[in-house]
Design a protein. Structure first.
Length: 255
């Protein structure tokens, strides 16, 4: 089986990027040489071709007239990219990701999800990326700590198709549960979340809205067994119907 040429992959990838606020003239009012959208495209090219330094990115873009045409630049330098990346509004990246995910679903069409019985899964979690103290003012949590937290929703549209569907960047001191309101929607999917999202208020709200979910809870999570049932799976030791004491709905507790 022949491999696909990376240049073709890059062309297709860039041509399928949806229109976003990164292209808005008002966003690029102060930048006459390299727009925000072109900056993001240059980082996408760097990821596709494995350019791991500003010097390699500069040489890579200069090596292909197509790249320069796509980025709408006649010349480019690594120092220019570095300066611009430091001022990039990350909210616009989240917007671009959402538009790209929407474009994917339009192309993909109806899907049965992970399997016919399980359907579409959506995994919600976060990752903390530590940054140098002088990386950016907005990323500073204290005088000794700086970083960014990525709150992410991964969509499992089939057994072999997984992609990031929504992303919210924040400082590391934003709790996972606070980002849940923007990541969990009323839709035909099952959400899977870790202990950071196992809060009774959220659990009750999701249930009231008819949202399907599976969330881990902490050891001190208080509940009352309504009906004990014998587990049928080998690795399951508890399979009870329980009340979380603050809501009338009954939930399934699995251990």
């Amino acid at each position: 089986m022949e491999s696909v040429d990376q240049n073709i992959v890059a062309r297709q990838y860039l041509s399928n990027l949806p229109t976003s606020r990164l292209e808005c003239p008002l966003v690029n009012y102060d930048y006459d040489k390299l727009s925000e959208y072109s900056l993001v495209k240059s980082m996408i090219l760097a990821n596709i071709f494995g350019w791991r330094s500003w010097n390699k990115i500069e040489k890579g873009i200069r090596s292909k007239p197509f790249f320069q045409s796509e980025l709408d630049v006649k010349s480019i330098s690594g120092s220019q990219l570095s300066r611009r990346l430091a001022t990039l509004d990350t909210k616009l990246l989240a917007d671009l990701l959402g538009l790209t995910a929407k474009h994917y679903w339009l192309i993909r069409g109806k899907t049965s999800g992970f399997s016919r019985n399980i359907g579409i899964l959506k995994l919600v979690d976060s990752s903390h990326v530590k940054l140098p103290q002088n990386a950016s003012d907005w990323a500073a949590v204290s005088k000794d700590s700086s970083g960014v937290k990525l709150h992410l929703r991964l969509a499992v549209s089939s057994a072999d198709e997984v992609f990031p569907e929504r992303m919210i960047p924040s400082t590391p001191n934003v709790a996972d549960i606070d980002a849940a309101n923007y990541l969990v929607d009323v839709e035909d999917a099952t959400y899977i979340m870790d202990r950071g999202y196992g809060q009774k208020t959220k659990i009750g709200g999701w249930s009231a809205k008819g949202i399907k979910f599976l969330v881990r809870v902490r050891k001190n999570f208080r509940y009352e067994i309504v009906k004990s049932e014998t587990p049928t799976e080998e690795n399951v030791v508890q399979f009870d119907l329980v009340s979380i004491l603050t809501r009338p709905e009954i939930f399934r507790l699995v251990r």
